[in-house]
Design a protein around this ligand. Structure first.
Ligand code: COA
Ligand code: AMP
Length: 634
């Protein structure tokens, strides 16, 4: 089938198309139905089907005689460790740890928070939850205790799984004090905490509530996979929205397995014999889908890398990884390649390694800017594919379908809609579809399998946030355009979400933190262009009347607050005192206008503005402070 045939089949006859894909998996009870309406007015996939995701990812392959094949390669330059796990070994570890969780009382439907560095135990913990039908929620290690506490209160986990430390470059970061602080901040108190001791730092355990991973496993019996409904949740993954409260994206078991299995072949062109490396973190959706579940459900080999693109030890790190593990397909963020290019513009390190195993380089997390695209294409010498997706969709909405029919690449575009995603560019309340012009990007319902089914414990937020803007469509929150060949160009967010080093962050959440400072009356946080990280947050703060401060000391104070409340991952390093913020007559800060000034775009001053002179005033200040993007040659 060509891409076009497959795309038409998937969007015109979705039930038939996805039921056929579903047949490729080892269900306990195969589904008879595809997409069906639900009582809450939405829809679900494969209701009636029963399966277990860890069974699909592990037991199924062992049963089929592939137990001695390598499932997981762990490579950690920061600890000088490499470890290989066959499918049989990984299955044993997962079954044992699932037994441990079960001993602590975890059963189907219970939540387990996983706050772990990039070590095999993180993957084992995720699959162990899946084995029991428990719902995991992995929290990225770069988030502060407060963020963890917010997630504890929302997910209400029975158990938290953690490690004694993370290792970032040459820093050893203790995790246990952070977890303890989060638990003390949270209203909900988990029953137990399981901790994996790393030799780099031994944490002290509280006898009443804490369990050492290895001792727990020793005292437990391995657990068998529990049959769950296709529609039962596999995980909740929190992502930034426009408010301070993160959104718990809920992923089901059945649709997720079918979609990921399909994508491994159709998009990434991966077969069972391939080695796939997603250079992300298990705390992000890319890590969930393409470090853990996708490659393992496919029966391929996945790579878990505890290191950085540069500095561990140098800008040749990615090339060394490709050579050492014979990586066939690499998935990375453009920011990682910008970092490599900055450190080694002529890619001198590349010539020291044999990277001939590499077939394709996929990029996502942010738009692949053309200069990085051209540099990577020229230096690496393989097709470089930009593809667009979100935590919510769990797999790519647009991509060059390399496994179906490789297409010509257009720099700046994430290519064409993936089979299953009926992508439209809409403008205005009349939902007019437009070609060639910029508008809001929406996906016609139903979404294909694998996408979010709701927001954890808040279906109304799901409806209001995604389904209200355009009747019958899912609003992606991104804008862009489709050209005459059907290629999609994603140009940025329509909301206050920013993208820092491929990480999605909420400016609204940072504003809440800044507004908590006693000297601050009002503030706005905007993303400004950064050559390495894509965007960086900057706070524009207005002091309370009569308050005088040392601006530098205030900035340091605010930087520390964001670090403490959100975490170092926010990369919040600048705050500027302003005399006025442009507002509407009703007192709303004109954030979009600030974003337009920062992006050096033509500014649309709304008629509702309170004082038009505030615009030129803030623009002058932002230029003086270097906050306005300078046009760069492409
Ligand atoms: N645990 C604890 N802290 C973490 C962390 C983790 N898992 N990940 C990041 N941090 C901290 C870092 O130590 C740093 O702290 P600092 O301010 O004390 O130095 C801060 O968060 C910012 O980290 P990072 O964004 O990694 O910036 P960097 O300057 O250290 O590295 C890059 C720059 C470009 C090399 C790095 O951002 C990178 O590798 N980006 C790729 C990200 C990626 O793969 N995203 C894909 C998502 S699909
Ligand atoms: P996340 O949910 O963290 O994966 O972030 C999703 C958001 O990142 C999207 O809504 C986009 O704004 C942005 N994004 C991810 N991949 C791309 C891409 N290939 N091109 C443009 N934007 C992207």
């Amino acid at each position: 089938m060509t891409y076009k045939d497959e795309y038409i089949a998937s969007t015109q006859h979705p039930d038939e198309f996805w039921l056929e894909q579903a047949q490729k998996l080892a269900w306990f009870q195969p589904p008879q139905k595809g997409c069906q309406p639900t009582d809450n007015g939405y829809f679900d996939w494969f209701r009636g089907g029963q399966l277990n995701t860890s069974y699909l990812a592990l037991d199924h392959h062992v049963k089929n005689g592939r137990g001695d094949k390598t499932a997981l390669i762990y490579d950690s330059p920061v600890t000088q460790t490499t470890q290989h796990f066959t499918y049989k070994e990984l299955l044993n570890r997962v079954a044992e740890f699932a037994g441990g969780l079960s001993r602590l009382g975890v059963t189907k439907g219970d939540r387990v928070i996983i706050y772990m560095p990039m070590i095999p135990q993180a993957v084992i913990a995720m699959l162990a939850c899946a084995r029991l039908g428990a719902v995991h929620s992995v929290v990225f290690g770069g988030f502060a205790a407060n963020e963890l506490a917010v997630r504890i209160d929302d997910a209400k986990p029975v158990v938290i799984v953690t490690a004694s430390c993370g290792i970032e470059g040459n820093k050893v970061l203790p995790y246990k004090p952070l977890v303890d602080e989060a638990i003390s901040l949270a209203e909900h108190k988990p029953q137990a905490c399981v901790l994996y001791q790393r030799p780099q730092l031994i944490a002290e355990l509280n006898e009443a509530t804490d369990h050492d991973w290895l001792s727990l496993v020793e005292a437990s019996v391995p657990a068998s996979p529990v049959a769950v409904d296709a529609t039962d949740p596999l995980y909740v993954l929190y992502t930034s929205g426009t408010t301070g409260k993160p959104k718990g994206v809920v992923r089901d078991n059945g649709g997720h397995a079918v979609a990921l299995h399909y994508s491994m072949g159709a998009i990434y062109g991966i077969s069972e014999d391939d080695i796939f490396w997603a250079a992300s973190d298990v705390g992000w959706v890319v890590g969930h889908s393409y470090i853990v579940y996708g490659p393992l459900i496919k029966g391929a080999t996945t790579v878990l890398y505890e290191g950085k693109p540069i500095g561990t030890p140098d800008a040749g790190a990615f090339w060394r990884m490709i050579e050492s593990h014979k990586v066939n397909v690499l998935f990375a963020a453009p920011t990682a390649f910008r970092a490599i290019r900055k450190a080694d513009p002529d890619a001198e390190f590349l010539s020291k390694y044999n990277t001939s195993s590499l077939r394709t380089l996929f990029m996502a997390g942010e738009r692949l800017d053309p200069p990085t695209y051209f540099w990577a294409s020229e230096k690496v010498g393989v097709p470089v594919i930009d593809h667009w997706w979100q935590t919510e969709t769990g797999w790519p909405i647009c991509s060059n379908p390399m496994g179906l029919e490789p297409m010509a690449t257009k720099p700046g575009s994430s290519s064409v809609p993936t089979p299953g995603f009926n992508v439209k560019v809409l403008q205005g309340a009349d939902e007019q579809q437009i070609t060639g012009e910029k508008g809001a990007i929406a996906i016609k319902l139903p979404l294909p399998p694998g996408c979010l089914t709701t927001i954890w414990q808040d279906h109304q937020r799901f409806v209001d946030g995604y389904l209200r803007e355009f009747e019958g469509y899912y609003s992606t929150g991104d804008n862009g355009y489709v050209d005459e060949d059907g290629y999609v160009f994603i140009m940025g967010r329509t909301d206050d979400v920013i993208n820092v080093a491929g990480h999605r962050l909420s400016t609204g959440e940072m504003e809440e933190v800044l507004a908590g400072h006693p000297a601050i009356a009002e503030c706005s946080v905007i993303g400004i262009h950064d050559a390495l990280k894509g965007q960086l947050p900057v706070g524009l703060v207005l002091l309370k009347d009569g308050v005088t401060v040392d601006e530098q000391a205030l900035e340091q104070d605010l930087v520390q607050r964001v670090r403490d409340k959100i975490g170092p991952v926010a990369c919040f390093k600048r705050a500027i005192v302003v005399n006025r913020l442009p507002k509407t007559r009703s007192g709303k800060i004109l954030r979009k206008l600030l974003r337009q000034i920062a992006a050096n775009e033509s500014v649309a001053v709304p008629s509702t503005i309170d004082d038009p002179s505030s615009v030129s005033e803030i623009e002058t200040l932002m230029r003086e402070k270097g906050l306005v993007n300078k046009p760069t040659a492409v």
